[in-house]
Structures are given as C-alpha cells and as structure tokens.
Design a protein around this ligand. Structure first.
Ligand SMILES: *[C@@H]1O[C@H](CO)[C@@H](O)[C@H](O)[C@H]1NC(C)=O
Ligand SMILES: *[C@@H]1O[C@H](CO)[C@@H](O)[C@H](O)[C@H]1NC(C)=O
Ligand SMILES: *[C@@H]1O[C@H](CO)[C@@H](O)[C@H](O)[C@H]1NC(C)=O
Ligand SMILES: *[C@@H]1O[C@H](CO)[C@@H](O)[C@H](O)[C@H]1NC(C)=O
Ligand SMILES: *[C@@H]1O[C@H](CO)[C@@H](O)[C@H](O)[C@H]1NC(C)=O
Ligand SMILES: *[C@@H]1O[C@H](CO)[C@@H](O)[C@H](O)[C@H]1NC(C)=O
Ligand SMILES: *[C@@H]1O[C@H](CO)[C@@H](O)[C@H](O)[C@H]1NC(C)=O
Length: 396
C-alpha cells in the first residue's frame, strides 16, 4: 500500500516534465539564419512577427529565405508589421522541400500550402505557392494568386535537416495581393476579456472605464507583459484611485504594462529597471525588477509587489497577478529613504508588513489576502511541485 504514492510520483515526474517542456525544439530558425548575415533582415522580421516561434514549433517545414536586398524592397512598400507577417508566412511552406526534391517535382509543377494558408489568414485558394521546375535547372516560385507569375527562383540551399526543416534561399519576395492587403492586428487576444474571466475583472473594468485598454490592446502584437492586481487588491485601492485625476488614472494603469513579452524565466534572469507603457522620456514611470531566488518582485520606490501567479502566457502576451497596486513615484509619495539605510534584516521585516513599507499608506486594503488565489502555476511553483515529488520518491 505504501508503494502507491511512490509509483504515482515516478510516473508524475516525466509527465510534469512533458508539460514543462512541451516542445524541446528540434530546430531554431533564428539560430540557423544567424549564421548567414545576408539574411539578417529576414531573420529580424521572423522574430518580431513571432513567425520564428511558429516555425520552431513545426516539423516538416520549408522556409524560403530572402536576402537583405530583397527584404528592403519589401520594406519599401511600407506595409504594417501584421501585413509583413502575412507576406512572410507565405514564405513558410508546410511541407519539406530539400534541394533534391525541388528538382524532382512530379509533373514539373506543384501547388503547396504555406503557413499563410494554414493559419487561416488567407481567403480561398490564396496562400498556396506554385513551385515549378523550369528550363536550365531553374526552379520558379510564385504565389498562387499572382496571375501565374513566378516571381522568384531558387538560389541555394541554406540548411537542410531532413525531414524537419529546410531553409532555401529564393531570389525575391513572393508578391501576393492577398498577403499584402492591409491587415488589422490579429486582435484574437482580447485583453480585458481575458482579465475579466480570470480573476482580474476589477482591473479590466478600470482599463475600460479610463480608455487605457486601447493602449494595452495595441501593444499585444509587439509583445506585452501585464501585471494585474487581483480584485481584492483593486477594491481596497479604490478610495485612492478615485482621488486621482483622469490623466493620472491612465498613467497609473499604464504603469502595469511593459511593452515587451517577458516569460517568467526572462523575469527571473533579468534584474533591473524596466520601462512601462506609462514611460514618456527617460527615468519616468519605470520600476525595478528584482529576484530573490524563485520570487520575482517589482519595486517602484513606493511599494514592492510580488508576482503571485500567471494568468495567461501565450506569446506575445503574458499576464501575471500581483499582490499590490504598483504605485509610481510620480504619483505617490516615495517611501522615506531612512528605511533604505536601515540594516537589511530590519528592512526586510518592515517590507513584510505592507503598511510599514510606506507610512504614507500604500496600504491598499487586503493586499496579501489574495496571495494564494493565483490560478496559474508559475515556473517556481512547478519546480517546487517537482521537487516535492522527488523528495517523496526518495523518502520511500
Ligand atoms: C527532427 O525532429 C524530431 C522531433 O523533434 C527529433 O527527434 C529529431 O532528432 C529531429 N531530427 C534531426 C535530424 O534533428
Ligand atoms: C533560438 O536562438 C536564438 C538565438 O540564438 C535564441 O535567442 C532563442 O532563445 C532560441 N529559441 C529557442 C526556442 O530556443
Ligand atoms: C501528373 O500528370 C498526370 C497526367 O496529366 C496526372 O494524371 C497526374 O495526376 C499528375 N500528378 C500530379 C501529382 O499532379
Ligand atoms: C504554376 O505556374 C505556372 C506558370 O504560370 C503554370 O504553368 C502552372 O500550371 C502552375 N502550376 C500549378 C500546379 O498550378
Ligand atoms: C473585448 O471583449 C469585450 C467583451 O468581453 C468587448 O466589449 C470589447 O469590445 C472587446 N475588445 C476588443 C478590442 O475586441
Ligand atoms: C484624497 O485627496 C485629499 C486631498 O489631497 C486627501 O486629503 C485625502 O486623504 C485623499 N484620500 C485618499 C483616500 O487618499
Ligand atoms: C479584509 O479582509 C477581511 C476578511 O477577508 C474583511 O473582513 C475586511 O473587510 C477586508 N478589509 C478591507 C479593507 O477590504
């Protein structure tokens, strides 16, 4: 009988690891292209459009890379980054074409599906790429909606890992009216809807009421990290919030977002000052990220808040719960500096009591009451869970 918990643990560990590392990537397109400076622009755009992570997730894929000169003619069209994403996703074929297969296409011509088609961004049959063997050993490429034009020809093989990924250079960017059509931002991630459903409704309501939600929403595609004070924390803070002017309210809310995607691992390895959505100019509305082992804290000079869980992590958006409203020094009185000079132990003891951290009263109600209310498991907690499984196993 005593065996069964141990057995459960033995099976649970690999299972947990599987959840922790769902995609031990067989390939990394960023790394592959980084060895070839002539593709640096293409590589850069794969990263900022998040196509790189999509490519890394998939197997049996072909990337049609173009050099910096070809990229600059695409960029000269001044398309939005979402549109560029569509154009580049046309250059990712969801089939494996090594240089050998390229020259042995059945009947000399094939239509192959691209990621543009596969992600459902393309209408009808656009999103397919015509690959045709031409005279003199050439291979032509063209978007299917390009009126039979084969815009580009095969130049060389950059990297082939059969049958996981093939990276081939082609001479030009494929033109496609469908892919180049103006695209609204994906917007399938509705931040306030996500927040409302998962324990941050009070914060979401403030975002909507103040109009700050637009700024948050606009930043999602480029990467956004949100620190959301939980409902009890916001409720306790409301008397002070109501005292702020409308622009101050917006600044306070924008202070809870940073315009870059920061996974929990990135936060844990990145101590230092970080700009927020409220930052306008140097040293304004920033705060300090500090790690103490597994704990991530955000220090504003007025308060120190802790991350209590992950509400949503889907690159380019990540939302963490925090146990305090982040109070910027631009709007609230800074904690007396005498405290900073106090011995470390005393300082930490003081920090443990929220009210003592700032006599001015950044006491935002029951700020610690929600510490355990976090629904997400962050990396730290998962590691704790795994450790406890291991300890349980060893003990038996
Ligand atoms: C291809 O991907 C699979 C699955 O990720 C991996 O096991 C395999 O080692 C990869 N093949 C090569 C040649 O890298
Ligand atoms: C891929 O490589 C780049 C550059 O070396 C690195 O920054 C990135 O973290 C890697 N991505 C993955 C998923 O390993
Ligand atoms: C190749 O051409 C033949 C004859 O036109 C046709 O029957 C066959 O379906 C074609 N194969 C492919 C893969 O298109
Ligand atoms: C690809 O384009 C060429 C040139 O326009 C055309 O002749 C061929 O039929 C096309 N192939 C397919 C499979 O549509
Ligand atoms: C997000 O969802 C809410 C309803 O939950 C809706 O009122 C709002 O318009 C949506 N916002 C965006 C940007 O789609
Ligand atoms: C609101 O502002 C007034 C005037 O500055 C101040 O006396 C009062 O204490 C403030 N209320 C809260 C809840 O901060
Ligand atoms: C704090 O929490 C307790 C119990 O959860 C509750 O009775 C009390 O009213 C709360 N205080 C504030 C200021 O929200």
């Amino acid at each position: 009988m005593r065996q069964s918990p141990a057995l459960t643990s033995i099976f649970a560990i690999p299972l947990l690891l599987l959840f922790l590392f769902p995609s031990s990537n067989a390939h990394n397109i960023t790394q592959i292209l980084a060895q070839h400076p002539e593709f640096s622009t293409f590589n850069h755009y794969l990263t900022i459009t998040h196509l790189a992570s999509e490519i890394n997730r998939r197997l049996t894929i072909t990337v049609l890379a173009v050099d910096n000169a070809a990229m600059s003619s695409l960029l000269s069209k001044h398309l939005s980054v979402y549109t560029i994403k569509n154009v580049l996703s046309l250059h990712v074929l969801v089939d494996y074409f090594g240089s050998k297969k390229l020259h042995q296409i059945t009947n000399g011509s094939a239509l192959t599906s691209s990621m543009f088609q596969a992600t459902g961004s393309a209408a009808g049959s656009s999103g397919y790429v015509n690959v045709t063997d031409l005279k003199g050993g050439k291979v032509g490429f063209g978007a299917e909606d390009s009126n039979g034009n084969l815009d580009a020809v095969y130049v060389k093989s950059v990297k082939e890992i059969p049958y996981n990924i093939s990276v081939l250079q082609i001479s030009q960017v494929l033109t496609s009216t469908e892919a180049e059509a103006p695209t609204p931002g994906p917007g399938q991630l509705n931040l306030t809807a996500i927040l409302s459903k998962q324990g941050c409704k009070a914060f979401a309501d403030l975002l909507i009421a103040s109009g700050a939600d637009t700024t948050f929403q606009e930043n999602i595609d480029g990467g956004l990290t949100v620190f959301c004070p939980t409902d009890t924390v916001i409720n306790g803070f409301m008397p002070k919030y109501k005292n702020l002017t409308a622009p101050q309210k917006i600044s306070l809310l924008l202070y809870h977002g940073i315009p870059v995607y920061q996974s929990i691992q990135m936060l844990k390895s990145n101590n230092g000052i970080i700009n927020t959505l409220a930052t306008d100019g140097a040293n304004k509305y920033d705060f300090n990220i500090q790690n103490d082992g597994e704990e991530v804290t955000l220090k504003t000079k007025v308060v120190t808040a802790k991350l209590t869980g992950t509400l949503k992590d889907e690159e380019p958006l990540v939302v963490y719960k925090v146990d305090k409203v982040l109070l910027p020094r631009e709007l609230f009185k800074v904690a007396p500096t005498t405290k900073a000079e106090a011995p470390k132990a005393a300082k930490e003891a003081a920090a443990a009591t929220p009210a003592a951290d700032s006599p001015e009263g950044d006491d935002v109600g029951n700020q610690t009451a929600d510490n355990n209310g976090a629904s997400g498991l962050d990396g730290g907690r998962l590691i704790m869970v795994i450790l406890s499984f291991c300890v349980g196993f060893l003990a038996l």
